[in-house]
Design a protein around this ligand. Structure first.
Ligand code: AP5
Length: 214
């Protein structure tokens, strides 16, 4: 968990790789649907470009499908889900049906001024890699795969401000929800370089213990 630009995707990839589990990002699933021109993508577009949340029922539907996929059989990491109390309750029901439970809930903490700087410099490539102008300058080719770099359609200043507002109003209350849950909540400092933040996350996961060995 964490506000827009906190590093959920960047760190999620590293944590998922360390534990050998898939990162289930609802944002990526919606962007894939948009690229594929599916009805889901069409519906999601107007919410995403306005910085608003996609309706809970739609999100719970795609999460249910993702949990049923073979790659999620041995564990998974959610990125950007759940984002509302209704989604958290829906997730509890989906996990209950499968006799599964969350091992840990992590939240990345980053000050607002840094979030805005991170998002405004973010560049994404057509194959899904994420980088920053602080690393690639004004290059137009992805340093990982050579794909074309561009700015996400919801990374413009006005939309970013709305996304931050939506996070504070609708998602931040979940921190208290999870702090009181069996999984507990670990808040991790998301500032500093990417490797340092990963080390903090790995340490936090070692401390809480997980059902998956690293
Ligand atoms: P989503 O794609 O989930 O976006 P988000 O939560 O707004 O988060 P971001 O992807 O912007 O940031 P991030 O925390 O992953 O940061 P990143 O690692 O990229 O959702 C998009 C939209 O989809 C939502 O607005 C909503 O409409 C919809 N949606 C998705 N899930 C939904 C749900 N569950 N319910 C309803 N609607 C939903 O890093 C950001 C930048 O910072 C990058 O450039 C990166 O290179 C850089 N960076 C990362 N770490 C560091 C560091 N340590 N130091 C310096 N730079 C860093």
């Amino acid at each position: 968990m964490g506000p827009p630009g906190a590093g959920k995707g960047t760190q999620g990839d590293r944590v998922a790789e360390r534990f050998g589990i898939p990162r289930l990002s609802t944002g990526d699933m919606l962007r894939d649907a948009r690229r594929g021109g599916t009805p889901l993508g069409g519906e999601a577009r107007r919410y995403m470009d306005a910085g608003e949340l996609v309706p809970d029922a739609v999100i719970l539907g795609i999460v249910d499908e993702a949990l049923g996929a073979p790659r999620a059989e041995h564990g998974f990491l959610f990125d950007g889900f759940p984002r509302t109390l209704a989604q958290a309750d829906g997730l509890a029901a989906l996990l209950g049906e499968r006799d599964e439970a969350l091992d840990a809930v992590l939240s990345l903490d980053v000050p607002d001024e840094e979030l805005v700087a991170r998002i405004s410099g973010r560049r994404v490539c057509e194959n899904g890699h994420v980088t920053h102008t602080g690393v690639v300058g004004d290059a137009t080719e992805c340093p990982v795969c050579g794909g074309r770099l561009s700015q996400r359609s919801d990374d413009h200043e006005e939309t970013v401000r709305r996304r931050l507002g939506v996070y504070r109003e609708q998602t931040e209350p979940l921190l208290e929800y999870y702090a009181k849950s069996d999984a507990g909540l670990t808040v991790v400092d998301g500032t500093g370089d990417v490797g340092e933040v990963s080390e903090r996350l790995f340490r936090a996961l070692d401390e809480v213990g997980t059902g998956t060995s690293a």
